[in-house]
Design a protein around this ligand. Structure first.
Ligand code: HGY
Ligand code: MN
Ligand code: MN
Ligand code: MN
Length: 418
């Protein structure tokens, strides 16, 4: 019959792994990582490849005004709010072969398995690709596509965002639309019944505990800043220290002072990162007149995000060394806990399939965060090697990826109903 487990049984581990191999060619790097920036040629090619894989099924493939891609499997009640599952195809500049793309491929594999099991769900099920999840890799706005979908970010605001070369999201989306002219336009579709995202854990916990499945309960909060330091370009050989407005000297003092405060953390729950640091003019014989750097601060407790995060500006001002400094907060996301509908269904599916699982909070941000504004959302984690991610060494096993897809297939059948 096609009761519980029959969809999971149709998940094809080799096919799912080969899809990761095929996708990793789109932006593959010599060291075995992936550089596929939001809406670049490889990211557009990934949408093309997915659309081609969907063709034999006759499933409707569409794209909306921000470049989100949808692959829709009909339900017996096509007017019912659909269940969506997916993630992102864009990567960090020196990213891995699994972050994001696994959630897209697991959703597609789950739909194929449900089809192969001959299961007709009441609700339609859709695989979705959210545009530009990786904020700051190319465009300085994360979870962009899902944020526009749920109305967190007005479409016009997203289209106006420019990358480091001044190319706007609007121009990039229009290029994607021109490259995929055969895809029908999709208007933003509210309401949806639920959203489920499969993802590698990007941390070491599941691997350490020897478990294949993480039932994700929530996502920690984040505050992100851009610090701009305006000094004055000057001659390295002739300018006495007293006359210098050395933006680099100020910047390194700020980072040292910030790390002292943020790393004074015995519980090791504070995540503080200066990831981007740009010196201008960056010439050996010029006292740097300008430095811009980013701060990425994460924590599970909103009170700590407030108390520590509010110290960023005063610490930077206290170390400006005669330069002018401005601190912009570029993002703030509160810690969130998913409603139990999706985590409950994930837990049941993992239990029913006899897969080792645990409830776990996400240290990384994901599209499931904004999505829970629109509908009950949740995530399924699978282990990744040594918890390494946002790095070319990111790795996972075919068996773990397939286990996550099996749990996803059964979760989708439960949420979509019969
Ligand atoms: O940075 C993040 O947490 C996400 O993976 N982009
Ligand atoms: Mn990421
Ligand atoms: Mn991701
Ligand atoms: Mn359980």
């Amino acid at each position: 019959g096609n009761g519980f487990g029959s969809a999971a049984a149709k998940v094809d581990e080799a096919r799912l792994w080969q899809r990761h191999v095929d996708m990793a060619k789109l932006g593959g790097t010599p060291k075995g990582g992936v550089r596929r920036l939001a809406l670049d040629a490889n990211d557009i090619a990934a949408r093309r490849l997915l659309a081609d894989w969907a063709k034999p099924y006759g499933w409707q493939v569409s794209m909306d005004a921000i470049g989100n891609l949808y692959i829709r499997r009909p339900g017996t009640d096509n007017d019912a709010d659909p269940v969506l599952s997916g993630s992102h195809t864009d990567t960090q500049p020196s990213g891995g072969r699994f972050d994001g793309i696994y959630g897209v491929l697991a959703a597609f594999e789950a739909m194929e398995a449900i089809e192969a099991a001959g299961i007709r769900t009441r609700r339609p099920i859709e695989t979705v690709v959210w545009t530009c999840e990786e904020g700051g890799a190319r465009f300085p706005m994360g979870t962009m596509g899902s944020g526009v979908f749920v109305g967190r970010t007005p479409l016009a605001d997203a289209r106006a965002v420019a990358d480091y070369d001044g190319v706007t999201v609007g121009e990039a989306v229009d290029a994607a639309r021109a490259a995929l002219p055969d895809l029908p336009e999709r208007t933003f579709g509210f309401p949806i019944a639920a959203f489920v995202e499969a993802h590698i854990e990007q941390g070491p916990i599941l691997e350490e505990k020897g478990l294949q499945i993480g039932v994700v309960t929530g996502i920690q909060g984040a505050r992100r800043f851009r610090v701009e330091i305006e000094g004055a370009d000057a001659h390295a050989g002739t300018t006495p220290r007293a006359r210098r407005k050395d933006a680099l000297s100020a910047a390194v003092a700020m980072v040292a002072a910030l790390e002292k405060v943020f790393h004074d953390d015995p519980s090791d729950t504070v995540r503080f990162t200066v990831g981007r640091f740009v010196v201008t003019p960056n010439a050996p014989a010029v006292v740097p007149g300008h430095v811009a750097f980013t701060i990425d601060f994460r924590h599970p407790d909103d009170a700590v995000l407030t108390s520590l995060g509010d110290q960023v500006e005063p610490i930077c001002q206290a170390n400006r060394k005669g330069c002018a400094v401005t601190v912009h907060q570029t993002a703030r996301g509160k810690p969130l806990t998913f409603l139990d509908l999706v985590p409950g269904a994930v837990d049941q599916a993992a239990k029913g399939l006899g897969l080792g699982h645990m409830r776990i909070n996400s240290g990384a941000g994901h599209d499931a965060g904004p999505m829970q504004v629109a509908a009950p959302s949740g995530m399924i984690f699978v282990p990744c090697e040594h918890g390494i991610s946002h790095a070319e060494a990111e790795n996972a096993t075919p068996a773990d990826l397939a286990a996550g897809a099996r749990v996803l297939a059964e979760t989708l059948v439960t949420l979509a109903g019969r």
